[in-house]
Ligand binder design. Sequence first.
Ligand SMILES: [Fe+2]
Length: 271
Amino acid sequence: MATDFSPSYVARAAKNLHWKLRLALRFAPWIKRWRLLRLRFGSRRVHTGVAIPKLTENLEAGSAHFKEDKWAFMENIFPADFYRELLVNWPKKRYLEPPREVAKSYNTGFGWIHDYSTTSDFSNCDPRGEYPILLSLLNYLRSSEISSRVTAFAGTQEPLVLYSFILTDAGTGAEVVPHKDSSKDDPRAKYLLNFIFFIDATGGKNTGALTLSRDNELTDIMFEAPRLQNTCLAYDILGDFYHGFPPIAPGKWRWVITAQFCQKSYVEKTA
Ligand SMILES: [Fe+2]
C-alpha cells in the first residue's frame, strides 16, 4: 500500500489522465473478462528456456552505494543469456490484471507474497504453466543463496528473505504517483528493500523510469533511472524519500519486475 501522497499531485494526475487510460480504468472489469476469455480459449504455448536465473556480481558492486545512500542503481543485473530469454518470454497482456487505479496505473501479474512454501507457483495467473522462466526467477530470488547475497548487499544485522514478487507492464499514460510505502509505518519493519528490475522500455523521456525524490511532487529529484534495459534500482523502503514516475508518453511502455526483501523475523511475525 502507498501513503504520503501530495493531494494536489493526485488531483492533477486524475485531471490530466490520458484518455486511453481513463477508458481502460473505467472498463477494467470488462477488460479483465476479455482477457480471461482469451486465456481460456487462446492457443497454448509453453515458453521454454535453458538459461539459469542469476544476478551478476554487479549486485555486490552496488552494495557500497546502497549502504551509504540507501539506494543503488546497477547495470547488467542479469547475465546476457538469461536476460535475452526474459525478453522473449515476457507474458502477454491477457495473463495480467488490467490497471484499476490512477495512483498505480499499470498492468500487474505473477504476484507472490511470502508464504513459507518453496513450491508455490503462478498457477493462479498462468494456469497452463506457459512462463516457466518467471517461476524459475521467483525460485532463485527466494533461494538461500540470494538471501545471503542480498543480506550482504544491504549489510543488515538480520538475514533478509524475499517478501514479495510482482511483474508490471506499463503503457501510455501509466504512472506511479509519488509516495512512500505504508509498510514503513509498521513498527515490526526493521529492514525493507525494494529491487526494481527494469527489463525493457521504449526509452527516452517519460518512459516509466522510477524516480527517487525528496518531495512527493517529483520536484526535488535524487535519482532517475537513466536506462531501463537489464538494470536494477534497489532502495530502502524505510529511507526518507519518495518514489514514483510521471505519466508515460503516448505510444511508450516499460516492463518491470519488482522484488521486495525483508528481515526474516518480519515474515515470521506477519504469518
Ligand atoms: Fe511503492
